[in-house]
Design a protein around this ligand. Sequence first.
Ligand SMILES: Nc1nc2c(c(=O)[nH]1)N[C@H]1C(S)=C(S)[C@@H](COP(=O)(O)O)O[C@H]1N2
Ligand SMILES: [Mo]
Length: 329
Amino acid sequence: MRRDQPTHLPQSCITPEPVYRRRRELLQLLGLGAAALAAGCGSEAAAPQAAAPEAKLPDKSLAVASHVDDANGEAQTTYADATHYNNFYEFGTNKSDPAAHSARFVAHPWSVEIAGLAEKTGRFTLEDILKGQALEERVYRMRCVEAWSMVIPWAGFPLADLLKRFKPLASAKYVAFTTVERPAQMPGLAYPILDWPYREGLRIDEAMHSLTLLAVGMYGRELPNQNGAPLRLVVPWKYGFKGIKSIVKIEFVERQPRTTWNLMAADEYGFYANVNPAVDHPRWSQKTERRIAGTGFNLFGNRIETLPFNGYAEQVAHLYAGMDLRKNF
Ligand SMILES: Nc1nc2c(c(=O)[nH]1)N[C@H]1C(S)=C(S)[C@@H](COP(=O)(O)O)O[C@H]1N2
Ligand SMILES: [Mo]
């Protein structure tokens, strides 16, 4: 059986320029020069030729109360690809790193701090957060800024359900999220590639939109570490980097929060990051994407057209009425 090959470009050629530059500086610092870099590029390019990873499902299955396909019945990404082709820089910058280097990460017990402009704040265990909350399965198209995409069945619940419990004040205009920072369990944190901890944010109406999920599982099972265990954000009309993983803090704030990728390169990664085929990334087109799903032979390598708001325009375009989406990209 032919397995869909997720990579179409050597990764070092699609790595965000500032990250690539820092990685180069770091290699030089370590006394590994251009040769190591070229080797890195070559091995990354060759990676897809490796055998398909084991598609071993985690033991813990989740009970979902309802199932909604919000991906128009499109072929789902295999569990193997969804769990072995990841971005989670805390475990390394290569797509295979999160699966390879996240086994030591301990996702239980877990707690989340709720802070900022709300009537109720404090630290809550994962059990507190999930208490009385029915889990839904929602199949979403996911589009990475690097122009690949997947179709993933998430298990989670609307973020709005959680946020409302804390009674945000009228002054809360944005929600800021932070990922856990555990150097002993996350080897990627040893490298100053990003400004750790990873942070993301949404405008409060985006956070409250019914498509916005807090996911605790995928494919009917608990989230594997590499996909953001035990709790991650899923915002299907935005580029993947908005989907912050392993969340430990949610804060209601008045001003647009500083976010990791936007801090790294504001001209490449906007705060809104709505999927938009009409606004190219400065270094590549966003008009098409490589869909990592489906097994049929495809001359065009599963390259499909990217849709405005990743196909969710009907549900979310109104949130941006009157905004210049070229400026607020
Ligand atoms: N904490 C953290 N969250 C993160 C990232 C990261 O590096 N660190 N990468 C983001 C990017 S760029 C993408 S595309 C998605 C990938 O999610 P997946 O591996 O579950 O498909 O996670 C996002 N969340
Ligand atoms: Mo991404």
